[in-house]
Ligand binder design. Structure first.
Ligand code: GLY
Ligand code: MN
Ligand code: MN
Length: 446
C-alpha cells in the first residue's frame, strides 16, 4: 500500500490553519541542519509542524501563512535550483517546484526572505512563531520585529503579540484523520512484523546489536524511513535500564530480552515494546512478573475509549501492578498503602502512555484548564506498563533481581472504544514461546 499522504490532505490542513490564524500571520522555518561531527551532518529530519502543513522536507526553507494577504496566503521561501549543489547534496524542488508540486501561492528564493517578509507582516498585530527552536533564526525574527518599533509611526502598528503556532497546529495533529490513521496502521503493522522477525531469529549467544540491526533492516525493507527513536534492545539486567540504547551485550541463555522499537513511516511513528525469553521458555520468576504486566496492560487497553483520561488509565495500571507485586511478596501490603506511600515506584517509575503521531511522544495537551483531559475519537496513544527489578535490589530474593518487563502497544481511540494498531506483535505467553527461535540462525531476510 502507499503510505504517502495525498496533496489534498495538506491543502485541507492549510485551509484549517489559515482559518484558525484569523488576522495573524505565521512564520514557520524549516528545522536547521545539525552538525554530527567536523564536516559531517546528522541525517536531516524536517520539523513536524512544517511537514504537517507543507509536506516540504528540505532544509533552509520558511513557510509563511498570511490569511489576510490579498494574493499570497501561503508562501514558501526555498533554496533555488542549483545544478552544482544538487550534484553534491541532492535534488531541490526550487522556487518552481514549491508552487507546482507543493501548492504554494507563491515562492521565492530563501535569500529574499528579509526583504519580502514585511509584505506579509506589515499591518498584522499578531505573529505566530515558535521561539527557542533555532537560535540563529530567532535572532533574525527578533530583528524583524524590533524594526517595527522604529517604523511604527510611519507604517502603522506592527506586531505586538507573538504566539506559538503549536497552539493551533498541535491540536490539529492530536486528532488523526482517516488518511493519517491508515499511515499509522501501516507503521504499527510493519513495526510489529519487525518484532516478530526479531523474536523468530533469537538465539542465546546473539548480540543485542544483531536484534537491533534485524529490526531496523525490517523497517527499511518495508518502506520505513528508519527507527522513530533510538531502538532499545536490553537483555538480562539491561532490561531494567529504561533508556538503554548501547545494545552491545551478548545475550545469555535464560535471559529475557526487552525490545522497544518502532519504525517511522511517512514521518509517522510506531512505538512497540515486547519482552521475551531468548531460549523460548520463561522461567517461573520471569513468567510471574510478565503475567502481572500483561494483565495490567490488557486491562488498561480494555478501558481505552472516549471519556476516560490517561491519568485514570495510569492509576488503574498502578493498582493492578501493585496488587501483583504484593501477591508475589515483592512489595509489602496493603496495596492501598504501597500506592499511597509510593513504594511501588521502585518497580514502576514511568507513566503508562503518551500521545503518538509524527513525534513518538506526540504533541497535544494532557491537561486543559487544570483538569486531566479525556480521550477523544481519533487520538492515538500508547499503553506501556512495565516492572523493573534492579539487579542490586535488596528488598527481594536474588531470583527476582535483574528482571525487566515492558509491554507497549499503539492504540487508536475510536468512537465507541479502541483499535490496537500494533496487535501483530505477539504478547501472550503461549504465542511468544511458540515463535521465539523458530528461524534462529537463518539470518536476515528469511
Ligand atoms: N520508546 C519511547 C517510549 O516508549 O516512550
Ligand atoms: Mn512509548
Ligand atoms: Mn517505546
Amino acid at each position: 500500500m502507499s503510505t504517502k499522504l495525498s496533496p489534498e490532505v495538506f491543502g485541507e490542513r492549510r485551509e484549517r490553519f489559515l482559518d484558525a490564524l484569523g488576522d495573524a500571520v505565521a512564520i514557520l522555518p524549516a528545522a536547521p541542519v545539525r552538525v554530527r561531527s567536523n564536516d559531517s551532518d546528522h541525517r536531516y529530519r524536517p520539523d513536524n509542524d512544517v511537514l504537517y502543513l507543507t509536506d516540504f522536507a528540505e532544509p533552509e526553507a520558511v513557510a509563511v501563512f498570511a490569511p489576510q494577504h490579498p494574493e499570497h496566503r501561503y508562501v514558501l521561501f526555498v533554496r533555488p535550483r542549483d545544478p552544482e549543489r544538487e550534484t553534491w547534496d541532492g535534488r531541490r524542488a526550487g522556487v518552481e517546484g514549491a508552487v507546482s508540486t507543493f501548492g504554494a501561492d507563491a515562492a521565492f528564493p530563501i535569500a529574499e526572505l528579509e526583504e519580502r517578509l514585511p509584505d506579509f507582516v506589515d499591518g498584522r498585530e499578531r505573529v505566530a512563531y515558535r521561539l527557542g527552536r533555532d537560535e540563529v533564526f530567532d535572532r533574525r525574527f527578533i530583528e524583524l520585529l524590533s524594526s517595527y518599533s522604529t517604523t511604527r509611526r510611519a507604517k502603522g502598528p506592527g506586531p505586538h503579540t507573538i504566539f506559538d503556532p503549536g497552539e493551533i497546529v498541535h491540536e490539529m495533529r492530536l486528532h488523526k484523520s482517516p488518511e493519517e490513521v491508515a499511515v499509522m496502521r501501516h507503521a504499527a503493522a510493519s513495526s510489529a512484523e519487525a518484532h516478530r522477525a526479531a523474536m523468530a531469529s533469537a538465539a542465546p549467544g546473539q548480540c543485542e546489536s544483531e536484534i537491533e540491526a534485524l529490526i531496523e533492516y525490517t523497517f527499511r525493507r518495508l518502506g520505513g524511513i528508519g527507527p522513530a527513536y533510538p531502538s532499545i534492545v536490553g537483555s538480562g539486567a539491561n532490561a531494567t535500564i529504561l533508556h538503554y540504547i548501547e545494545n552491545s551485550r551478548r545475550i545469555e541463555d535464560g535471559d529475557l530480552v526487552l525490545v522497544d522499537a518502532g519504525g517511522e513511516f511517512a514521518y509517522y511513528a510506531a512505538d512497540i515494546t515486547r519482552t521475551w525469553p531468548v531460549s523460548g521458555r520463561f522461567t517461573a520468576e520471569q513468567r510471574a512478573i510478565y503475567e502481572i504486566v500483561l494483565h495490567a496492560q490488557l486491562e488498561a487497553i480494555e478501558r481505552v475509549r472516549p471519556g476516560i483520561s490517561q491519568h485514570e488509565i495510569h492509576e488503574g495500571v498502578v493498582k493492578s501492578l501493585t496488587e501483583g507485586l504484593v501477591e508475589l511478596g515483592l512489595l509489602e501490603g496493603p496495596v492501598d498503602e504501597a500506592i499511597e506511600n509510593g513504594k511501588y515506584k521502585a518497580f514502576y517509575m514511568h507513566k503508562t502512555g503518551h500521545y503518538l503521531g509524527m513525534d513518538v511522544h506526540d504533541v497535544g495537551k494532557y491537561k486543559t484548564a487544570g483538569q486531566w483531559r479525556t480521550l477523544e475519537p481519533s487520538m492515538v496513544i500508547t499503553i506501556e506498563p512495565g516492572l523493573y527489578i534492579a539487579e542490586d535490589c535488596e528488598s527481594v530474593g536474588p531470583q527476582w533481581r535483574g528482571i525487566g518487563v515492558r509491554i507497549e502497544d499503539d492504540v487508536l481511540v475510536t468512537t465507541d472504544g479502541h483499535e490496537v494498531l500494533s496487535a501483530g506483535a505477539p504478547k501472550l505467553v503461549a504465542d511468544i514461546e511458540r515463535i521465539v527461535g523458530t528461524s534462529a540462525g537463518a539470518g536476515v531476510g528469511t
